[in-house]
Design a protein around this ligand. Structure first.
Ligand SMILES: Cc1cc2nc3c(=O)[nH]c(=O)nc-3n(C[C@H](O)[C@H](O)[C@H](O)COP(=O)(O)O)c2cc1C
Length: 386
């Protein structure tokens, strides 16, 4: 939901400034209007012209320009969200101290819009207690932050300090533009992905679930401030570093992992596609080719049912029903059989596409919605925690 949103991108003098070009480009392609301020030091690393060519919007580098408006006020008022990416230790420190000595820092002081910092720097700079104190102080004041990633840093060090990947930054921007950090007190356990039941060391039984819906739910809830645990089977997409995740590939592993910690959570969302059957016997050696082959299969433990049977009175339990026919009827029957608080009926005929259609069913309501998986995830969370 970035269409027509007014984003002021502040680029500071970190080596990752060149990566802000990709961010500006993807935001623009998603329909946002992106104006850019580059600090004097950012201009040493990347040309303002690059941003101008990509965004087709104003790119400003100077505060005192006789031809320009009073930009620090007009841009501060114009923006729906100010995104500082990359954010140097310097701009974080200046903001924490109320310093307004160039166009970007002055605009930050002058705005009433939300300001979102994406720090990127050398690991020792990032871990410096002064920088950490500044981040904590600003967070308490309502400024928004995203943690940098671990990895090889431009300075040659290995550690936390890398500029996050563009799609992850965009998930944060999308959430901060449209939602608040309203889930801070909530603890949510989410499962996702396609389980795998092993037949031999090479082969397994699985399903077509991509894990994208569960991942979108985990990201959306995390960015809105919830304490999220993601227990996942096989996933099509990478899991971002900022999520607390654990792998549980088979139905039995997922049953064990979920049951071990479920009581710590206010809400459990079971979006993983877990096998109903597993092989009766596992072969330690790879099975040889034969003309005819048949297997015995046995039922796996029903995780959702067991959660419904053991849930605490203050725990909200959400299941998914992926159906190819009689979608609503089948989902409603599952809702009652498994003692759920909400079920998301998912039409398999349109599943797997970028945009999905789901029906959210509770005891007294039923609403059909469509959109990107990320939009749907936010909508599901709104319905759970309204
Ligand atoms: C090549 C180069 C790369 C730099 N990379 C970073 C960086 O990644 N993060 C950071 O906080 N500072 C970095 N600095 C230091 C900043 O440029 C410096 O603190 C500057 O004062 C920041 O100014 P600004 O915040 O107004 O853009 C780098 C400096 C140089 C010369």
């Amino acid at each position: 939901m970035l269409n027509d949103k007014k984003i002021l991108l502040g680029v500071t003098g970190g080596i990752a400034a060149y990566k802000a070009v990709d961010l500006a480009s993807k935001l623009t392609s998603a329909g946002a209007i992106v104006k850019t301020i580059l600090t004097k030091n950012a201009c040493e690393i990347i040309s303002p012209l690059t941003f101008k060519s990509i965004t087709h919007q104003k790119v400003i580098t100077k505060m005192f320009d006789v031809e320009a408006d009073i930009e620090h006020i007009s841009l501060a008022d114009w923006a729906d969200l100010i995104v500082i990416a990359p954010a140097t230790a310097n701009i974080i420190g200046k903001t924490a101290s109320g310093i307004a000595d160039d166009l970007l820092s002055t605009t930050i002081m002058a705005t009433t819009a939300k300001v979102f910092f994406v720090p990127a720097m050398n690991i020792h700079m990032y871990e410096n207690p002064i920088v950490q104190d500044n981040i904590n102080k600003l967070s308490e004041l309502g400024y928004l932050f995203m943690e940098p990633e671990h990895g090889k840093l431009a300075c040659g060090y290995e550690g936390k300090g890398r500029f996050p990947k563009t799609p992850e930054i965009i998930s944060y921007i999308d959430t901060y533009l449209n939602y608040s950090r309203d889930l801070i007190e909530k603890k949510i356990l989410i499962t996702a992905g396609a389980s795998r039941e092993k037949l031999d060391p090479m082969r397994f039984l699985t399903n077509f679930s991509s894990g994208k819906m569960g991942l979108a739910l985990a990201k959306a809830a995390h960015i809105r401030g919830a304490k999220v645990k993601l227990i996942h089977a096989a996933m099509q997409d990478d899991i971002p570093e900022y999520l607390d995740s654990e792998e549980a590939i088979s139905a039995q592993e997922m049953y064990d992992s979920v049951h071990k910690i479920k009581d710590e959570y206010n809400c459990v969302i079971m979006s993983a596609a877990v096998a109903d059957y597993t092989f009766k016997d596992y072969s330690q050696q790879k099975l040889k080719k034969q003309d005819d082959l048949s297997f015995s299969m046995v039922r796996t433990k029903d995780i959702l049912k067991s959660l419904g049977q053991t849930k605490k009175s203050n725990q909200y339990l959400v299941g998914f029903a992926a159906e190819s026919e009689n979608i609503i009827e089948n989902a409603k029957s599952k809702f009652f059989k498994k003692n759920l608080d909400m079920i998301i009926a998912n039409n398999l005929q349109v599943a797997g596409k970028k945009f999905s259609e789901i029906t959210i069913i509770t005891k007294n309501s039923q609403s059909k919605i469509s959109g990107s998986k990320f939009d749907l995830a936010h909508n599901i969370l709104d319905n759970i925690f309204k």
